[in-house]
Design a protein around this ligand. Structure first.
Ligand SMILES: Cc1ncc(COP(=O)(O)O)c(C=O)c1O
Length: 368
């Protein structure tokens, strides 16, 4: 049997090759490579789909986070509370702004920032809370938004892994002040290269985000802010516009595959991903918690089943962020999760037989 990849981009591309090639040809014909028609059209489609007033394209999810912090004028001396269990970009953006990331431990079930741990991390310098909707499961936003309102803090959502996920019926990314998306190819709405977007319901923040992504200028050669060159290019926007109408069916397929895994993996030790009430988890990753995780990963790979560890080391223990002065033992839930987490293959085109093959391999490990 051929190996099962954790994500197979070629299969998706094959199903959309013709409309994607036509969209790319159109941009080449028009030669409006930067801020072209496709960008405005995709932004309009995206904001409509997510139910948010403004979507502003930019060059990557990392840049989206950076632009959000810049738009909220967060910089040196400021503190931003976030999770230690995320991809490095979340924290990188804070550090690049000269601000200080302050970690709070995670909820061991959702793997997201635990709202009950945020209050104790707030100081007179705290300016924002930056929850991450990890693996496509929404962070618990109501208490986070309540706390932010009470303490007059801003909320930036890192929804890089969670486009289309819902919390209480509303799409994540549209709940706080600014939401950040990534269109990195392996994301479940992926470009053919890098891309990102900012989401907001506030017209002034949308204007600032747009300006910052265009060298801080609204009009050519008049710079109100010191900004960036960070635009979603027209080729990527044209490709994303072709893909967006398929996103709902892709998400539904991911949810079905996750349900099949949930059922098939019982009653063995790996804990399937938790799904909180009133949320739609979009399973950008299907990540289980497993004792003897490294042995299981080795066994799966030997059986032709790809798997990945997202993430093997929490950020407060990474060499780059040790200077934040919190050592081992500071965030026990994040540290324990890093020892047990394992992501299994999940993508919309994964067949029922392949799903079964993955589940059988996991069961065999426990039965052997
Ligand atoms: C949680 C999270 N935040 C931010 C990013 C950064 O996105 P990008 O790769 O588009 O810069 C990623 C990308 O993997 C991510 O997973």
């Amino acid at each position: 049997m051929p190996p099962i990849r954790i994500v197979d981009l070629q299969r998706q591309h094959r199903t959309l090759r013709e409309p994607i090639e036509a969209a790319v040809r159109q941009v080449l014909e028009d030669c409006d490579f930067v801020m072209g028609r496709a960008v405005a059209e995709f932004e309009a489609d995206l904001s409509r789909y997510l139910g948010v007033r403004f979507a502003v394209g930019c060059a990557s999810g990392t840049d989206a986070l950076r632009i959000a912090l810049m738009a909220l004028q967060i910089g040196p001396e400021d503190e931003v509370i976030t999770t230690p269990f995320t991809f490095a970009a979340t924290v990188e953006a804070i550090v690049l702004q000269g601000a200080r990331p302050v970690f709070a431990d995670i909820d061991p079930r959702t793997f997201n920032l635990d709202p009950g741990r945020i209050g104790e991390r707030i100081t007179s310098r705290t300016r924002a809370i930056l929850p991450v909707h990890l693996f496509g499961h929404p962070a618990d936003m109501d208490p986070i938004l309540d706390l932010a309102r009470e303490k007059k803090l801003r909320v930036i959502e890192d929804a890089a892994q969670a486009v289309g996920a819902r919390y209480g019926g509303r799409c994540v990314g549209a709940l706080g002040d600014i939401g950040c998306l990534s269109f990195y190819p392996a994301k479940h709405l992926g470009a053919c290269g890098d891309g990102g977007a900012l989401l907001t319901n506030d017209p002034e923040l949308a204007r600032r985000c747009r300006m910052i992504s265009l060298h801080g200028a609204e009009r050519r050669y008049r710079h109100e802010y010191s900004g960036l060159n960070s635009r979603l290019d027209s080729l990527q926007a044209a490709i994303l516009k072709v893909k967006l109408p398929h996103l709902e069916s892709w998400i539904e397929r991911r949810i079905r595959i996750a349900g099949a895994y949930d059922r098939a993996l019982q009653p063995h030790p790996p804990t399937p991903p938790f799904r909180a009430p009133r949320v739609r988890h979009v399973y950008n990753q299907y990540s289980i918690r497993s004792p003897r995780r490294d042995g299981l990963a080795e066994f799966l790979r030997a059986r032709g089943v790809d798997c990945a560890i997202h993430y093997p080391l929490p950020l407060h223990l990474q060499p780059a962020y040790r200077c934040l002065a919190e050592g081992k033992g500071s965030f026990p839930h994040a540290e324990a999760l890093a020892e047990e987490i394992l992501s299994l293959p999940i993508f919309p085109e994964l067949t029922r037989e392949e799903t079964e093959q993955v589940a059988v391999a996991v069961r065999d490990f426990w039965e052997s």
